[in-house]
Structures are given as C-alpha cells and as structure tokens.
Design a protein around this ligand. Structure first.
Ligand SMILES: N[C@@H](CCC(=O)N[C@@H](CS)C(=O)NCC(=O)O)C(=O)O
Length: 251
C-alpha cells in the first residue's frame, strides 16, 4: 500500500516515525513539510492533518485512504501492519504481549509529562536565529526553567536504567537487548539536545543508553540534519546555551 510520510527531519516526532519505518523495512515516500516556515498552518496541509503538526501519514488502499496524525499512533500502526512482524513486535508487540506493551505504554505516557514537556530544542533553534543581545535574556527566561524541569526526569531514567543494567548490551528501558518504541521516542528527544552540544555525563546510564540508540544505522541516517544544525549552533558562540547544564560538576 503506497504510504506518504509528511514530516521534517528537524522534528523529533517525525524522526522517530521515519527511523521506525526504516527499521521495519517499510517503503514510503517522504514529503518534507517546512513546519518552522509555517507549512503546517496552511490549508493544503490542514486537509492532510487537521491537527496541523508533523508527522502525518497517508496510506492509500483500493478501498480507503487513511490519514493519520500523532507520531505514537503512527508508530503503533506501523508495528501492527508491518509485513515483518518478527521485527515489528520487538519495537511494539501490541496484543501479542500485553505485559510488555503495557510497560512500553507506561514509558510513552511518562515521557510526555517529564521529557517532552521540557523540550528546549525548539527554543535553541529560535535562539540560534535571534539577535545576540536577546540570546541571554531568552535563555534565562525560557531555557533555564526547561533545563531545571528536565533534571528530575533524567534522574528517574538514570535510576531505572541502572537497575536494568546488563553487562552484555547497552541499556534499554525494558532491559532487553532490542530497544522498543519507548527507547526510540525518548531517544530522539534527548538526542537533539545532545546534538546541540549538551553532555549528559552527570547521568552515565542515560549517556550510554543514548549512545546505543545513536549507533543504529537508521537512527544515524535520519539524524544527519539535526547533527548538521547542532554543528552550526556550536560553531557560533554558544555560551548562552549553558551547554554544561547536564554535565558532571567539575567533569
Ligand atoms: N504530539 C505530536 C506532536 C507533533 C509536533 O509537536 N510537531 C511539531 C514539530 S516537532 C509541529 O508540527 N509544529 C508545527 C505547528 O505547531 O504548526 C506528535 O507526536 O506527533
């Protein structure tokens, strides 16, 4: 069934969906939507996704056209419908393994209030484009509270990953060798902060878990743009970002 993914690679939920589609070997047409330039608020895109956000997926079949928004709903649908069910169920087993799915659901729900809520990358992008004299003011007003807000979530993740620790493979949220949808969603979010130059060395388990996700080939390929933007941000004077916010004191 022909699938079109409306997305942008500087958008965390877009990357999570695209990486999963690639991990599952699903073919799709990629349609870039310039969300920062306002494309999501246009009439043509409103007809694709009335929520006016990327990502959105359109799946055409003989009888129907499915328009789907919300990255996590899209990812679950991809896992339910992928031809390669062995791989799909590792990411999200659905009804095939209800306890495991419930634990993934729990982390996805937790992520919204404890990690996504403190999304600072959006402001980092804006700061990158703003006047130098405004940078410090905006940082103090917007970025610092988000940095502080994220720390308890990082501490929770650190303790959880430490308890799951395995000497054989990088840490994952459910403790198995293969990551799940929850690792991918949360990993894409924290990775973009790292791409901007932040270090998570005060949370070594989080650091190792993120490094494990970032080593995956599809994760790397879909993250090229965010890495390029991160380099650009770091190449400028970046004191205003307080890049040591999550670093080990004295480290
Ligand atoms: N809960 C949504 C969030 C999507 C979202 O926030 N997308 C942003 C880009 S990261 C967007 O499209 N913003 C454009 C707008 O609000 O007009 C999901 O997971 O898909």
């Amino acid at each position: 069934m022909p699938m079109t993914l409306y997305a942008h690679r500087l958008s965390q939920p877009s990357r999570a969906v695209e990486i999963l589609a690639r991990e599952l070997g699903i073919e799709y047409t990629f349609h870039e939507v310039d969300f920062a330039g306002g494309d999501t608020r246009t009439e043509w895109f409103g007809a694709i996704n009335p929520f006016q956000t990327v990502p959105a997926l359109v799946v055409e079949s003989d009888s129907d056209t499915l328009h789907l928004a919300e990255s996590q709903a899209i990812m679950m649908t991809l896992c339910r419908t992928a031809a390669d069910q062995d791989t799909a169920q590792r990411w999200y087993p659905g009804e095939q393994d209800i306890p495991r799915s419930a634990r993934i659901d729990q982390w996805l729900a937790w992520y919204q209030g404890n990690v996504r809520r403190f999304d600072m990358f959006h402001h980092i992008m804006n700061l990158h484009l703003t006047l130098p004299m405004l940078k410090r003011e905006i940082q103090a007003m917007l970025l610092q509270p988000l940095q502080e807000g994220l720390k308890p979530g990082l501490a929770t993740l650190e303790a959880h990953l430490a308890a799951q620790h395995s000497a054989d493979h990088s840490p994952t949220l459910l403790g198995n060798e293969h990551p799940t949808m929850a690792d991918l969603v949360m990993g894409c979010e924290l990775y973009q902060i790292r791409a901007a130059g932040y270090r998570f060395d005060a949370w070594p388990q989080v650091d190792a878990w993120l490094a494990g996700m970032a080593m995956r080939a599809h994760f790397q390929a879909v993250s090229e743009e965010i890495n390029a933007l991160g380099h650009e941000i770091r190449a400028q004077e970046s004191d205003y970002l307080q890049l040591d916010a999550f670093a080990r004191p004295g480290g």
